[in-house]
Design a binder for this molecule. Sequence first.
Ligand SMILES: Cc1cc2nc3c(=O)[nH]c(=O)nc-3n(C[C@H](O)[C@H](O)[C@H](O)COP(=O)(O)O)c2cc1C
Length: 182
Amino acid sequence: MEMDFATVKSQAKDQLKGFCRVCPICDGRVCSGEVPGMGGVGTGMSFRNNLTALAAYSLNMRTLHGCKEPSTETELFGIKLSSPIMAAPMTGTPYNMGGTIGERDFIGMIVSGSKQSGTIGWTGDGADPTMYDSGLEAIIAEQGHGIPVIKPREQGAIIDRIRRAEDAGAKALAWILMVPGW
Ligand SMILES: Cc1cc2nc3c(=O)[nH]c(=O)nc-3n(C[C@H](O)[C@H](O)[C@H](O)COP(=O)(O)O)c2cc1C
């Protein structure tokens, strides 16, 4: 179902009430330190620093060039993307977002919404197995068009999640390593 931007914003304000203010510029300022939640840990400075670093990239208009059909398309792992922008893995709707949106619905929006935009969504992991499983369900519903991310766990649990991601037909997968002493 297609929705205009104003409706998306007002629905988000309603459904994420108390957890995300849907600010005009999402820079982690108002929600700083709100963890669990949508904010960055501590002062939220890393959140703002990332935004500043991204803002250093801009499109320079060149009036004279040979390009007749400009394209933002790119390719990753052999997957064609409409732009080099992907949706980050996010889980934990009960404790990070107030629980109005269910886990499966939320990750479905990331995975299906990304696919509809011609790009790809990543899915997350958490202490509750529902988190990872919901992501895989969303990926299966889109014929494998998604990338699961596995959190640090014991070896057997990681291998089990890798196998299930393969069975789901996931295009790629990632896992987060814990480096002792780092
Ligand atoms: C509410 C919330 C839940 C998240 N859950 C996960 C997760 O389950 N797995 C994961 O790898 N990253 C998770 N992240 C981290 C994001 O995927 C992302 O790496 C982080 O927000 C920083 O990216 P950015 O600088 O592009 O905002 C979560 C972030 C938020 C805000």
